[in-house]
Design a protein around this ligand. Structure first.
Ligand SMILES: [Zn+2]
Length: 441
């Protein structure tokens, strides 16, 4: 049994929502958090936080827990354990489970089951259309009443213009966020990677960046017309980001997230380590096959600029576990997706270490930023919120570690950073004031 009370001494507390960036002793317990406590009970466990950062529990806007129905990839227990190891205490779960989360009872069941088991906080993005089939809207009023925070057909876009408009009108009426997986599949043709030299050299088919931005441009215009809250999931092209920026300037309720992999990798990185020039499909790494695909260097740089200039609202993982046998089918046949819960923060910290953004902005992108997208600022992503007792994570920003299958708690090990050395690691996570994760050195 862990002690219920912990005193974390000497850590740099960074809570952008509360305007805190200072070295403060913090007492954490099931009753709440106390800054600079005057009295510390002798039973409190002491943790030396010097050199570490103490942050609000991270909020991830896009996670696939695969539960129910696809639990050979991940389930609520393994997925939330991986999340806590990455400092993530709140996450929006995607509806592309089996069955699809288009039913209010299934939506309510998700967070209730997680709460009963003492797992991380789950928020549910319900299916935007029945069965995510893109034909008929699901019942937004009932889904909202069941606790859904958003609707999406993630993995699948809402292609039909009229249906998308009706969906946004219903979102506005029910105060639901629309989260779009922006991909015009008539253009992308479900091709396994981005159009680029690597794809041509390896002799496989590529999808143009246009498949994403045409849909974002359409949607931003519709969001402006309808007044709905619209969010671009895993925004990956320069032109999509420009559309979001313009929408914001015009006053539309448009937000976007970017993923750690699109910020750091390009289509050149799809080539397996150790191979200079790819000649065949087998020279490509299925763990670096995701949708949207890794794009050009220019797209990647535009996303990084968006971190710095404030256009990007949040960094989110699109944690997408797949079993080893599914990923072993070869690049063209393997399913799209990489895991990310356990590597997100360390990958984001690269941009702090290289001076692109400061620590406060990096923390904002995974706490206050996503909370604002969900309109849960003040409840999630801050130590001073209404969610008492709050969640916290303690991070050693200098700790080096190598991403190996053994280092990952997720049931699936398909992480695109396998083999990479990262700098920065979560060493402890507290959920509702109780320690829920500790890194074993
Ligand atoms: Zn997606």
């Amino acid at each position: 049994m862990r002690e219920p009370l912990t005193l974390i001494r000497g850590a740099r507390v960074i809570d952008p929502a509360a305007g805190i960036d200072a070295v403060i002793d913090v007492l954490v317990g099931p009753a709440g958090v106390e800054m600079e406590p005057r009295f510390v009970p002798s039973v409190a466990r002491r943790v030396d936080g010097r050199g570490s950062w103490l942050l609000p529990g991270l909020v991830d806007l896009q996670v696939h827990l695969r539960d129910p129905g696809l639990t050979h990839k991940e389930d609520q227990l393994t997925g939330t354990r991986a999340a806590l190891a990455g400092g993530v205490t709140s996450m929006v779960v995607m509806p592309n489970t089996r069955p699809v989360l288009d039913d209010p009872a299934l939506v309510a069941e998700q967070s209730r089951r997680a709460d009963e088991r003492g797992l991380a906080r789950l928020l549910v993005a319900a299916a935007a259309t029945r069965g995510s089939a893109g034909q008929e809207l699901s019942d937004y009023r009932a889904l909202k009443a069941a606790g859904a925070v958003a609707v999406t057909d993630d993995g699948l876009p809402v292609l039909d213009d009229g249906l998308m408009e009706r969906s946004l009108i219903a979102c506005a009426a029910n105060d639901l966020l629309f989260m779009q997986h922006a991909e015009d599949t008539r253009i992308s043709q479900h091709r396994p990677m981005a159009e680029c030299e690597v794809q041509r050299a390896a002799g496989i088919l590529g999808q143009p960046a246009e498949a994403e931005w045409v849909m974002v441009e359409r949607d931003v215009a519709l969001a402006e017309q309808t007044g709905a809250r619209y969010h671009v999931l895993h925004c990956s092209t320069a032109r999509s980001l420009a559309a979001v920026r313009r929408g914001k300037e015009r006053g539309a309720s448009v937000t976007c997230e970017v993923s750690p992999h699109h910020l750091t990798l390009t289509c050149n990185d799809v080539v397996k380590d150790g191979i200079d020039v790819p000649e065949r499909e087998a020279d490509l790494d299925p763990n670096r096959k995701m949708n949207p695909p890794l794009r050009s260097g220019a797209d990647r740089r535009a996303l990084v600029d968006g971190l710095a200039d404030g256009t990007v609202d949040a960094v989110a993982t699109d944690h997408a576990p797949h079993s080893a046998s599914e990923k072993a089918q070869g690049f063209a046949r393997a399913p799209f997706g990489t895991t990310g819960l356990e590597t997100m923060l360390a990958v984001l910290l690269r941009f702090v270490h290289d001076g692109t953004i400061d620590a406060r902005r990096a923390v904002e992108l995974v706490t206050a930023g996503p909370a604002r997208v969900l309109r849960r600022q003040g409840a999630l992503g801050t130590l001073h919120g209404t969610a008492a007792p709050p969640d916290l994570c303690l991070v050693d920003p200098e700790r080096h570690w190598v991403v190996t299958p053994a280092a990952l708690l997720s049931r699936s090990k398909n992480n695109c950073f396998l083999g990479a050395e990262l700098r920065g690691r979560v060493v402890g996570t507290w959920l509702r004031g109780r320690q829920a994760y500790e890194l074993i050195p």
